[in-house]
Design a protein around this ligand. Structure first.
Ligand SMILES: [Cu+2]
Length: 257
């Protein structure tokens, strides 16, 4: 019987159309991370990312951070990391056993740098250690609206993105570590780029739609047993009118005989 196949086609087309429009809405929302101290830094804070399409307003509050470096506010690199396990590294990530977990050591857990949360200019991984464009000092508030790429948006939406703030007071580190150079930039001490606080971004309960919310409209059409109903919903009121007209014509034709 061919009729069900013909009727199914418009319903499928509507499903595809609705799915195509869906993800942009589903990605919108507010995501939060509670930033917990790493590497004995005493640094903690909160990060919030409000996603609207590909635009994201990032807000970060940090306290207990390293205050001074070379007679100036201690610069704190901060990034969105993706592509790891979406978790902050624990002590087991200390591969070389020096007593601290460097950014490269933590990468399998927190992920690689996807976004550099700079104050101005470039936000790509190329600005990961752009010390002169990061906020600094023992406590600060940061807000900036930036554009995120698809991979970062997906990671945030699926709980695979972390926020890390870097830069630890050398006095809080083991003596041997204080003498080490940064693996990311050998001209800097390791202390300058060590993770100081970290948190996993998760959908906020405060506001915004939950990610992956089911689209009941699509489900309803897809599960419809009545092919005629699916066709009418898919094609809209115009098709209903046409179908009604066709029925009327058929009846007139039949009656005319
Ligand atoms: Cu980072």
């Amino acid at each position: 019987m061919k009729t069900p196949l013909l009727l199914a086609a418009p319903a499928f087309a509507l499903g595809a159309l609705a799915l195509g429009a869906g993800p942009a809405v589903a990605e919108d929302g507010t995501y939060q991370a509670s930033l917990s101290p790493a590497n004995n830094s005493g640094t903690s804070g909160q990060a919030m990312i409000d996603v609207r399409g590909s635009q994201a307003t990032v807000s970060i509050n940090v306290s207990g951070a390293a205050e001074i470096w070379k007679n100036a506010p201690f610069p704190h690199g901060q990034h969105i990391h993706i592509g790891g396990q979406g978790v902050c590294p624990g002590p087991q990530a200390d591969a070389d056993g020096d007593g601290v977990v460097s950014s490269p050591e933590g990468e399998p857990y927190a992920g690689r740098i996807a976004v550099s949360l700079t104050l101005e200019g470039d936000t790509s991984p190329a600005s990961a250690v752009a010390a002169d464009r990061f906020p600094g000092g023992g406590a600060y508030t940061y807000t900036r609206t930036i554009t995120l790429d698809a991979a970062t948006l997906e990671a945030i939406r699926t709980g695979n993105a972390t926020v890390e703030v870097h830069g630890v007071d050398p006095n809080k580190l083991p003596p041997a570590v204080q003498q080490k150079a940064s693996p990311e930039d050998p001209s800097l001490p390791l202390a300058a780029t060590l993770p100081a606080a970290c948190g996993t971004l998760a959908a906020s309960q405060v506001s915004g739609p939950m990610p992956g919310a089911p689209d009941t409209g699509i489900e309803g059409v897809g599960k419809a047993d009545d092919g005629a109903t699916a066709l009418a919903v898919a094609a809209g009121i115009g098709a209903v009118a046409l179908a009604a007209g066709a029925v009327a014509v058929r009846r007139r034709t039949a009656g005319g005989k």
